[in-house]
Design a protein around this ligand. Sequence first.
Ligand SMILES: [Zn+2]
Length: 490
Amino acid sequence: MPISIRVPVASLAAALVMGACAPAPTYDLVLAGGRVLDPASGLDSLVNVGIWGDSVAALSAAPLRGTEVVDVTGLVIAPGFIDLHAHGQTREDMELQAQDGVTTALEMEAGVFPVAKWYASREGKAPLNFGATVGHRPARFFVFHDGIEVLHGATNPGVVAGLGPMPAGANQAASAAQIEALGGTIRQGLDEGALGVGFGINYSPGATPEEIGQLFRVAADRRVPVFVHTRAFGIGAIRETVAAAHDAGAALHVVHIASSSLGDLPEALALLDSARAGGQDVTTEVYPYTAGSTRLESAMFNPGWQANLRLDYSDLAWPLTGERLTRESFERYRRQGGWVVIHMMKDEHVDRAIQHPGVMIASDGVPFVNGTGHPRGAGTYARILGRYVRERKLLGLNDAVARMTILPARRLEAHVPAMARKGRVQVGADADLTIFDPTTIIDRATFTEPTLTSVGISHVLVNGTFVVRDGRLVSGALPGRPVRAAAPPR
Ligand SMILES: [Zn+2]
């Protein structure tokens, strides 16, 4: 068992000065009697955890002394869950995610722009660690609309809506000069610490393959991955994206593989596997629901959406009223704008993606509006551990936890140093920890009551501070820190 105890230099020195044996150190917090599950090292044992400040300082089979000792007998101590696809970035959204075991919520698909301003707007206000890519779409709006600052489209949709239907930033092809300018905005975002480059190509149909290829090369030059919602649904667009990333030499993460590939999921998983076998750096993720959600006024619902999504009006639901849409209500709500739920996937595809080796879990949670929205923003992680692991036994507990912790950490740690300290329960790691009861953990959020919190999660620590304690949200706890990329290579 890889167990070590790190004694702080100061207390060792004090012990030597006093000429005495080093006394057992006293940790700020000890989690006693829990089953530590650290997929990165393979540790799965009853181990006491000592925490100093914001870090894990000791793992020991022997008892540890703590200023505070919390008995977690019968519970699993896992690394805090890292969500690579968290659009819901308000405090309320994060508080629901905290109660689902998430400790780091990153906006990688849509991204943000301007980047430094977005980070500054979050600092000191977040229950969870936060971060974002520089977003191709917000950068496009900036370039096409005289420096308009979307910052973050999901929590600031009014900026785009104000441009009216079919805005140029989404729908117009870029000139060579505009592509040049887009490259500049993306480089600027990366200079400001963005975690990669986010693309929602289906939402910016004006972006040609040439534009995407050139901007993938910007990411490749800076050695950061691209996080991509493909140009369309189905295998054709996934193939296009994998080829473009290959040609540009960019590392690629394809978001929400079950919705992106629809019925072509087996081919899509095989394509990603063979790209990886051929040496390409390609990863993907899934959320455990058969419906998606997005903004109805977005370009995804431009004419032709039924063929792209392989759906019709009645497959769309309007969460604010619960109604299924018709041609008439679709037109009306599209002019008004708002979140729509899209019933688009089959259980067998979601199951298959969740079980497929190496596929990460990510929520794609969208902001809740007046308590309405999509349940994935509140229940994704407990749903995996309760329904897919415990009830249906579709995957093992260690495997599931790995897909929520060390896999997303490894996706980023080459260029984001902070991620090398996350996704792990190890000495020196950040004390981002999720402590749950594997026999009771379950999601409660549904499409009719999407903000019902998950249960069976006893404690959640972010940088050593409780955000959930004894199964309850600690109101006012804002220990979340910004996660930024390292300075670019020279
Ligand atoms: Zn998406």
